[in-house]
Design a binder for this molecule. Structure first.
Ligand code: GDP
Length: 478
């Protein structure tokens, strides 16, 4: 087995790590073959480590010494197309008399906050201003858990539809409680009871039927019973969620929207999830970083701080963060920049690895498993024709049995050109350069195409490497 270990590691070291990617399964498989336990580090873990190296962390449990305050629920509106999601969000927005007076017309920044009056108390609620489950799932796919409660809109004249169920499935998969807004009750043919009956089949049983889901009949168009809906949201939050967050710590949250504004540069709406964000804070959001120059609320008014569940538009990023990016305040600009740059580099590498779909360890192992003959294609370039011939002769003499083969698909004298790289790319070949350098943009192209170029100035070293690679392609013998 000693030889096998060396052979496989040669392959991993010489042919995979250098320029190629392989999947988790391949690595696991390799690990099993070698009798090692392979630990796969997820991007999340990698990011955690990155933050830890700066003594930072994102999310997680609160320490015992951290004081928690009740925070508003964050709500996403979902439902079948044309059932009135947009109209409902507009209607809810217009109920915010207080905000309206303070700052005028509500602008679209990706989220807004309104106040509901419940038992004489003013209770804020944050709404994500992009209806539909696409945003919801896209954020979730990126690991951002933003929504506390889903308002499922069902048109009373149309009843439960495929996207109603789809939205419900997403909410349930995320373990998020649902409040049903039975909309369009003003319409002729509206049958709110039927909607209740239909949803019972999907596990949503109305309170009046002995279940624990609140159904609220509304008309988004006439703005009827919007108060009732807001109250139901607050009551559902109080009944099934314990929404608390610290306000005294440095802010963390999620970017929910971003764009490049002609006058103001990159603007990003962030939803603070814990702590308090302040003007002047150094922040990093995904691969973007900056310092909070100003913050605007949904009425376009300047704010100096934002606490949990507060959406604010942040000015001061040097680039636009993506929706779903986690953001956090860091001690200084330098740290923000370094974290962002390390993430950028990681992303570039990942993209590069993806583009290198060519002769990976995986495909080789795959073909080996299927018992197919494997072939290593080479392109040889040398400084003089003598050395190219010598190299070719020696390579063709390598004998590793007939299970694997070596083919020299092209040879030539002179620098490695873009044409060489393209041929290598098209034929899954590796380029061997003997006493030559790349010309023009050949290296860049090779990087982009995932073509491996190896340089030698000693023939026997080239032979040895290729021999090892070929052996690595051999089926392990037990
Ligand atoms: P979305 O696709 O779910 O966002 O649906 P919209 O909000 O765009 O509404 C679809 C259509 O239904 C529009 O023509 C709205 O004017 C209409 N609509 C929405 N809510 C109501 C309502 O409560 N009553 C009536 N009669 N029409 C409504």
């Amino acid at each position: 087995p000693g030889a096998l270990v060396q052979v496989v590691f040669t392959q991993l070291g010489e042919m995979v790590t250098a320029t190629q990617s392989c999947t988790d399964e391949t690595l696991q498989l390799l690990g099993v073959t070698l009798g090692y336990e392979v630990q796969i580090v997820s991007p999340e873990d990698e990011d955690k480590e990155l933050l830890e190296s700066f003594d930072l962390s994102f999310g997680g449990e609160y320490g015992d010494d951290v004081e928690l305050a009740i925070r508003p629920p964050v709500v996403t509106v979902m439902g079948h197309v044309d059932h009135g999601k947009t109209k409902l969000l507009d209607a809810i927005r217009s109920t915010d008399v207080v905000g309206g007076e303070a700052g005028g017309i509500t602008q679209h920044i990706g989220a807004y906050q309104v106040r509901a009056t419940v038992d004489g108390d003013e209770r804020p609620i944050t709404f994500i201003d992009t209806p539909g489950h696409e945003t919801f799932t896209a954020m979730r796919a990126r690991g951002a858990q933003v929504t506390d409660i889903v308002v499922l809109v069902v048109a009373a004249d149309d009843g439960v539809k495929p996207q109603t169920i789809e939205a419900l499935n997403h909410a349930q998969a995320a373990n998020v409680p649902v409040v049903v807004a039975v909309n369009k009750v003003d319409k002729e043919g509206a049958d709110p009871a039927k909607v209740r009956g239909q949803l019972t089949e999907y596990g949503l049983v109305a309170e009046e039927y002995g279940g624990d889901t609140m159904f609220v009949d509304v008309s988004a168009r006439n703005r009827t019973n919007i108060d009732g809906l807001l109250e139901a949201i607050v009551l559902t939050a109080d009944a099934s969620l314990d929404l608390r967050a610290p306000t005294g710590t440095e802010a963390q949250g999620v970017a929910i929207e971003g764009r490049l504004d002609r006058g103001r540069g990159p603007v990003a709406t962030v939803l603070v999830q814990r702590g308090t964000l302040r003007v002047g804070d150094s922040v990093v959001a995904g691969e973007a970083f900056g310092r909070v120059r100003a913050m605007l609320d949904e009425h376009g008014g300047q704010v100096t701080e934002a606490g949990p569940a507060r959406p604010v538009q942040v000015l001061g990023f040097t680039s636009v963060p993506d929706a779903g990016d986690n953001f956090l305040v860091v001690p200084e600009d330098r740290v923000a920049r370094q974290i962002a740059e390390r993430r950028q580099a990681r992303e570039r590498n990942a993209e590069l690895a993806l583009s290198r779909g060519r002769p990976t360890l995986e495909t080789i192992l795959e073909r080996m498993k299927e018992g197919e003959k494997t072939q290593l294609n080479l392109i040889l370039k040398g400084d003089v024709s003598g050395s190219v011939e010598a190299l070719e002769d020696a390579l063709l003499k390598i004998d590793v049995g007939d299970e694997v083969g070596l083919r020299i698909i092209d040879r030539g004298v002179g620098a490695i050109t873009e044409t060489n790289v393209m041929l290598a790319s098209a034929s899954d070949a590796i380029i061997i350069g003997f006493n030559v350098r790349p010309q023009g943009k050949a290296t860049e192209l090779a990087d982009r195409e995932g073509v491996e170029v190896r340089y030698y100035s000693v023939i026997y070293q080239a032979i040895e490497d290729i021999e090892n690679a070929l052996k690595g392609m051999l089926k392990p013998v037990y």
